[in-house]
Design a protein around this ligand. Structure first.
Ligand code: FAD
Ligand code: YCP
Length: 397
């Protein structure tokens, strides 16, 4: 559990951040570095595995179909390096990432063209060159690859710890095992928890899969869907294939088996000899009841993964060796929500990271910090505005 500081529960904070996942922790870090007296509250004892920011591996990459994400990654890499220098530790391992697809697939083309437009260091592999370089991957049906040479694997547990430590070093207060129960808006916002009451001039809500629940009493109904993701680790069928797995790249397969959502993989890391391969989608779930799935809306994720492994990675045993869980919080368009509350402008929301937000966290923290200080962040934030959702929020206010 994080150390409790001697701050009086009734004192006035410049900023209060709800939720100490990677996004809230980076928002609090930037606020504290800007001299704001900041309180970061987390409902569970830290560290915990019940949200989205735990584990040993997340992909970092510049490759995206949309310009606005690739453009943000320049600053993200710079800020990750800054945190690594401050914390005197390494938070990532460079690893090539292959975008796998067929030349005629529009989504595959979009990745490739965006990388070219932004001069992302890259390498193109024909199906033959791909088979030569990565013998574990069977690129049948004309599957080729464009490699993002800026990519890597981030270490989420270590990163979360590092940013929270630096936040506290900058004078911030972190209280875990303290759940926010209610928010009373105003020029000075009052936040009630299971342990006390706090007041703050500005509030940042980064509550992951719990965001809708927290914001509904403030008249805001956001179309956020928590999803349960099966995180699967796979072993090689025999010892000869095993040696190749150490050279395994990160990959993102675009519509290779006609799946609706992408399939992605990472090299062996948290479990020696096992590669991580997952479906970029999951089954709707209540984050407070992660073991209860509504079978009618459950997604056959495991079956989809097994079919993929059999056809594209035949050197792997098509039964996962280890299965774990994580939560996504998806918006309908898979773009984030980074915006002020439409009525209460001193409440800022960072949510809906839709399974791809970790790599951006240092920039997202900076954006949320600037929004809450009433500054204009130097990014195109139109894709992240609440007003893009029809009938929301005015109808709900
Ligand atoms: C399996 C998996 C793979 C992924 N792979 C990648 C990847 O390769 N690359 C990438 O960039 N991203 C990836 N992501 C996405 C990334 O991990 C998430 O976008 C990111 O972690 C979201 O962080 P968050 O802070 O919004 O949410 P969370 O980490 O869930 O944090 C929200 C926090 O708020 C707390 N909270 C909620 N309600 C309250 C309350 N009332 N009071 C106090 N605290 C509260 C919660 O307990 C939680 O700790 C992946 C996610 C998963 C699940
Ligand atoms: O954000 C990422 O880079 C990965 C890609 C695939 C799905 C999970 N997240």
């Amino acid at each position: 559990m994080a150390a409790r500081e001697n701050s009086s529960p009734s004192c006035l904070y410049d900023a209060l951040v709800v939720g100490a996942g990677i996004q809230g922790s980076f928002a609090a870090y930037h606020l504290a570095k800007r001299g704001q007296k900041t309180l970061l509250l987390e409902q569970f004892p830290l560290p915990h595995t019940r949200g989205s920011s735990h584990g040993q591996s997340r992909i970092i990459r510049s490759a995206y179909p949309q310009d606005y994400y690739t453009a943000m990654m320049k600053e993200a890499y710079r800020l990750w390096a800054e945190l690594e220098a401050e914390a005197n530790t390494s938070l990532q391992r460079p690893t090539t990432m292959l975008i796998l697809g067929r030349q005629e697939t529009p989504a595959f083309q979009s990745y490739w063209q965006t990388m070219q437009r932004h001069h992302v260091p890259s390498e193109v592999f024909t199906p033959q060159a791909l088979a030569r370089k990565y013998p574990d991957i069977h690129p049948h049906g004309g599957v080729m690859a464009v490699a993002d040479l800026t990519a890597g694997v981030l270490f989420p547990d270590k990163a979360l710890r590092a940013v929270q430590d630096q936040f506290q070093r900058s004078g911030g207060t972190l209280r875990d095992a303290e759940k926010v129960l209610s928010i009373l808006p105003g020029n000075v916002i009052t936040v009630t928890t299971n342990r006390g009451e706090y007041q703050a001039k500005r509030l940042v809500v980064t509550a992951g899969a719990w965001t809708s629940h927290l914001l509904a009493p403030l008249g805001l109904r956001l179309p956020l869907q928590p999803l349960r993701i099966q995180v699967c680790y796979w072993r090689a069928k025999g010892p000869s294939a095993h040696s190749h797995l150490e050279k395994f790249p990160c990959f993102l397969g675009i519509n290779l088996n006609q799946e609706v959502h992408d399939i992605y993989g990472l090299p062996s890391g948290e479990y020696p000899g096992l590669v991580k391969i997952c479906y970029h989608h999951g089954s709707p779930v209540d984050p407070d009841k992660p073991d209860q799935l509504d079978q009618a809306s459950a997604v056959p994720d495991l079956q989809i993964l097994q079919n993929f492994v059999k056809s594209y990675l035949p050197g792997l045993d098509p039964e996962p060796a280890v299965q774990e869980r994580c939560l996504y919080t998806n918006t309908p368009d898979a773009d984030f929500i980074l915006d002020r509350h439409p009525r209460f402008r001193n409440i800022v929301i960072g949510a809906g990271f839709s399974g791809h937000g970790f790599k951006f966290a240092p920039v997202i923290g900076e954006i949320l910090c600037k929004l809450s200080l009433e500054e204009e962040p130097p990014y195109n934030l139109a894709p992240f505005q609440i007003s893009r959702f029809p009938a929301s929020p005015k109808a709900a206010l």
